[in-house]
Design a protein around this ligand. Sequence first.
Ligand code: ADX
Length: 169
Amino acid sequence: MLPRVYWLTGLSGAGKSTIAVALAAALRERQGPVCLLDGDVVRRGLCKDLGFDAASRMENARRMGEVAKLFHLSGVPVVAAFISPFREGREAVRRCLPAGIFIEVHVATPLEECERRDPKGLYKKARHGEIKDFTGISSPYEAPEQPEVRLDTRVLAVADCVAAILACA
Ligand code: ADX
């Protein structure tokens, strides 16, 4: 099986990281080592110089696309979880990989549900103006038009999400 790049996009609190960890575990069991790239982790290290303005988010996606490509070329599947709110940023990653390798997964939890969950208390802060450029509140999210997989986490358990992703690639 060719090492794919599974790119999970969606709002903060949508469930991307949870699904990414479960997907990486399932892939590891089948194929061996997996590269897991997660926004919260990457932004504390490799991309800690970046902010959340549009140009920084595009640069974050560009860099992570390049990292994903290096792992892909080394034969390692990649699971990436980034809000990656801009369609063009995601499509640029798709274009830098061979055809059929980029699997775009829209973790399509609606804003109201993400805000209800608010696992890190960030929506509350954003509503109070304590965080600027917050995705869904004061910064746009461009949902994928034709993702390889779209997940409604309100009705799917994590294991169902993983199964749906593996079934498509
Ligand atoms: S992305 O837009 O550039 O793809 P990324 O996925 O790396 O974002 O990081 C998102 C995480 O950063 C969120 O889950 C949240 O914990 C944190 N964060 C901090 N400030 C913001 C903000 N203004 N908008 C969105 N997420 C933010």
